[in-house]
Design a protein around this ligand. Sequence first.
Ligand code: GDP
Length: 527
Amino acid sequence: MSNASFLQEVGKRRTFAIISHPDAGKTTITEKLLLFGNAIQLAGSVKGKRGPHAKSDWMTMEQERGISVTSSVMQFPYKGRIVNLLDTPGHEDFSEDTYRTLTAVDSVLMVIDGAKGVEDRTIKLMEVCRLRDTPILSFVNKMDRDIRDPIDVMDEVESVLKIAAAPINWPLGMGKEFKGVYNLYTDTIHVFQQGMGHTINDDVQIQGLDSDEATTLLGAYADDIREEIELVRGATHEFDVEEYLAGRMTPVFFGTALGNFGVREMLDGFVEYAPPPLARDTINRSVASTEEKFSGFVFKIQANMDPKHRDRIAFMRVCSGKYSKGMKMKHVRLGKDVKIADAVTFLAGDRSHVEEAISGDIIGLHNHGTIQIGDAFTEGEDLKFTGIPHFAPELFRKIRLKDPLKTKQLQKGLQQLSEEGSTQVFFPERSNDIVVGAVGVLQFEVVAYRLKDEYKVEAIYEPVSVNTARWVDCDDEKKFEEFKRKCVDNLAIDGGGHLTYLAPTRVNLALTEERHPEVRFRATREH
Ligand code: GDP
């Protein structure tokens, strides 16, 4: 690849993930995106839906994870771009991986259920996006239903998520009266056609909201809708691409994923506005995606992904340069060169071997226990990427052994599983308890299963009165000693050896923060 064509290829990449609350329509929209990318012939086959017993049935869980892993990263071409869509585990498989995936993308698509507005999970995921001011494009879904007043939805996005919302198109009616969307910038109506959910339908357009054709389409609603749009123009922000790229403004599209309508307009907007691979910070310097020397970092490790290949895959975001089959890379943390002969890529839902991947792409490395989250691979430079943090867990359990003689194995297992990012482990200062933390409840089951399967220890969970955790540090040594003395009952050391405050309640955390203003309480910790 010549330098010019390398730069051109990098410029085509658009690497993103979807953030949404369960059931907002992420899976459905993913199917439609792949349809537009010609990645699947027929929409509706991305992944199996979860059955009611998925939670307690490991085999089902494993199979589902197997299926969802093949769609962990989906690459498809669209309008001269190469789009990389990274799946963010949702529902019961929500985990720290969901958060960490967001550290590997250049932008996100926020899907909002128009009837429900901004929901919890979206708020949380948005906080993660804030860490890097990730640009956010929004899609308000389910316009084929009677949703809330779109103006209210806009207001909620602005007030709850603290981001300016700039509608690009506006819905013409909703539910049974949904007529289409109107592009506020091109004065074009895209006419909704029913029953086209599984195919790519022609984009039927009407030019001009004031045209006779528009009057015919809108019928009795024509005057109301024109008035509403006047109002919308006055009351909402004008789209500013710089503000979007800075993470301060989100362009908003409306449509129905199920009806496969409005998705094309959104995707067109996405490939036009979304940033190509951005520079990544390291503790040494910033690494531009246009640099020719290879570098990348690991943001997720997935185990038990395919029942036929019981291997672990380390997902790496390529930050610069080019991976080619069989190349040598330096595993920076180990200070060792490794030859990567068989990296995996995830082309449109199918696991296939790649010869090449460049900045912005994701590759999977087979991991035999030597790779951890946050690890950097380079062509020799000792880079350490930042911005791939641990996130404070939100769920906690005490873990106890059925056979107390196996403490060593338990500790080793937990240590490794925490390095891999499957869970976090805390050793309270004042007791011999071991506390594990997670952001998604299924993580506990995965850990128990893997402890048994891989480390031959049977563990039992018990409730523990911990509500949240914060990593603590302080510049003033005396003050820190005083804090440690006073709060010893709530202090623990995490799997990485870092001092952590385990708060029994939110109120307790707030009070403790207030009492010790010199101490920093961090909700994230860098690897
Ligand atoms: P996810 O949990 O975010 O992946 O959501 P899904 O894509 O699985 O969608 C959740 C439910 O909403 C499913 O029953 C979908 O068929 C339905 N759904 C998704 N998009 C739409 C839409 O545009 N209109 C309607 N009426 N239902 C939708």
